[in-house]
Write a protein that binds this ligand. Structure first.
Ligand code: CA
Ligand code: CA
Length: 158
């Protein structure tokens, strides 16, 4: 009779314990950053290997990043209203660089995180959709656009 009680306790406890583990594994994390109208631009801006939450604000062309390592908010100006944010790892320091593509003149603007230098390149025309990525054997992102009117990709090797 005593053993039966113990078995019953174990039988009841194990599923409860597994339930708690499951609950912890799926725990939700929330952070506040940004206002209505902002565009999310997550990336690893601080090089700690973890994605930093970040937004780009069209109304003032400003980037707001919460560095995952220091938890400090970093604010940078790049871009104007009407630009499309297109962050990527364009230089070779493994940190995400701020970048925008301007539809009105088909021009890319980025800030190299390694030097702080602004790099400007022409690629694309109004109506294109920016689609940067690492398209060649490299660790650096390339500027790229996709043109809906002819279904063509245009890639500027970095
Ligand atoms: Ca990070
Ligand atoms: Ca970089």
């Amino acid at each position: 009779m005593k053993i039966d009680c113990k078995l019953l306790m174990v039988a009841l406890t194990i599923p409860l314990f597994i339930g708690i583990l499951n609950f912890k594994a799926q725990a939700q994390v929330t952070r506040k950053l940004g206002v209505a109208g902002d565009i999310p631009v997550p990336g690893n801006y601080d090089k700690d290997g973890r994605t930093d939450i970040a937004v780009w604000r069209p109304s003032n062309g400003t980037w707001y990043v919460i560095n995952s390592y220091t938890r400090q908010v970093v604010i940078r100006k790049l871009g104007v209203n009407g630009d499309v944010p297109a962050p990527g790892k364009y230089d070779d320091d493994a940190r995400t660089d701020f970048a925008v593509w301007r539809p009105s003149n088909g021009t890319w603007y980025r800030i190299n995180s390694s030097t702080g230098q602004v790099v400007i390149r022409k690629l694309g025309v109004n109506g294109d959709i920016p689609a940067p990525g690492i398209y060649n054997f490299s660790i650096k992102s390339d500027f790229a656009v996709w043109r809906p009117s002819n279904g063509t990709w245009y890639i500027l090797r970095n």
